[in-house]
Design a protein around this ligand. Sequence first.
Ligand SMILES: Nc1ncnc2c1ncn2[C@@H]1O[C@H](COP(=O)(O)OP(=O)(O)O)[C@@H](O)[C@H]1O
Ligand SMILES: [Mg+2]
Length: 473
Amino acid sequence: MDRGGPRGGIPARDTRAVRNRLLLVLVGVVALVLAIHDIPLAGHLNRVERDRLVTTLERDAFIIAGRAEEALEEGTAADEPALRALVARYSFEEDVRVAIVDRDATGVVASQAADLAEDFSNRPEFAQALGGEPTTDDRFSATLGEELFFVAVPVLSGDDVVGAVRISAPSRIVDDRASDRVRGLLFVALISLLIAIAVAWLFARTLAQPIRRLRLATDDLAAGDLGVRADDDDGPPEVRALATSFNSMAGRLEQLVDRQRAFAGTASHQLRTPLTALRLRLEQLADQVDSGQAETVDAALVETDRLHRMIEGLLALSRADDAAVGPVEVDVAAVVHDRAVYWTPLAAERGVTVVADAPETATGFAVAGATEQIIDNLVDNALEVSPDGSELILRLVPDDHHLELHVIDAGPGLSEEDRGAAFDRFWRGADAVPGGSGLGLAIVRQLAAAGDASTELREASTGGVDAVVTFRA
Ligand SMILES: Nc1ncnc2c1ncn2[C@@H]1O[C@H](COP(=O)(O)OP(=O)(O)O)[C@@H](O)[C@H]1O
Ligand SMILES: [Mg+2]
């Protein structure tokens, strides 16, 4: 069965929409949790990085202070090559500067030549360090044109402050390190989000899949497959319960329809015997009554024949209902030729010529044996209305995908409204010849539909009816 086409059920995109909405919600929740978690964390990381840098710089400043103590005390710091080398080598990171001052706040050793012999007494950090207090601060440096971050520590000799060491670094080092950490954090968040998407997708899928299967089963039931059952031991409990309900509904429906079909079949079958008996009695009666009453008995016989045809028609319809066997490949052209031969003498009795206009062979899909009945019913109708001396055309037109069967008569035709109504069960035209059942075209349509063929009445160019049955090639 074609699962892609419109089948009157819930469209596939609906279950997909359920899944997508679920996915969106799950991913949204994860993203929200990550955001709540990570945004304050970024601020916190900035503080942590700054504290770490302060600790490192302070430690280094104290180490340098320790090495400088003796030289500063003796006032020989400026001539101490080892100290100069230590300061010059100290390049903890780019743009990190070291300056050692004596107790008068004059630069004696520095990583930057400009700082040598410089008077630092107006710098608050040196003032504080020379007062014996280590200090940490941020300041905008007009000289360097950027925000600086520094630590300054006193150089102590016993209780005496003999100088001070300052290490300064651009504030951006702290920011860079913090943003590196934040980037790492974002990367982890991104991975978490991807995992969340994958999990959400899987979860939504396992939920949507059983619903999708249930939908397909519903569509099949709607398309007339009463034997279809849904899988009721897979998926979440609610869906399983739904599948169980669906199954009991489908089972009940199948039972009811089967029973009704069987009833129509048996009822028509059971009516046959008493009807045959009734006909026999009427025939006997016709021989016994006088000519005045014979007309009434003849009319009764006609009605009996009509009843007989109706019962045969109903039986044929109920058999067509049961023809759930599906279409098989049939040489429709061969059937057309065969039926033309069969009908030719019967038509000749009414002065009608049967013309078969069909290729040698042309294969299409039809329920086995149905094509003969379809043609017979259509020719029967056409012959009924064909005027003496006219042609009754049986035409088969094959194209790439279809076989179009036409039964064309030169009769009076039908109005557009009647052409639609003629397929209804028991519908008969106002000037239909007595004796018909009104079931012929209903049977045609039913048999055709069982083989996926479509039926329609058109207006023929002669003004008569062009009955068309379109088979799948
Ligand atoms: N070829 C035709 N030309 C004119 N009327 C037709 C033709 N075929 C069918 N009809 C009309 O459609 C009605 C229904 O046809 P059908 O279902 O075969 O029942 P029945 O032949 O038993 O009356 C007919 O009674 C007739 O009025
Ligand atoms: Mg008929």
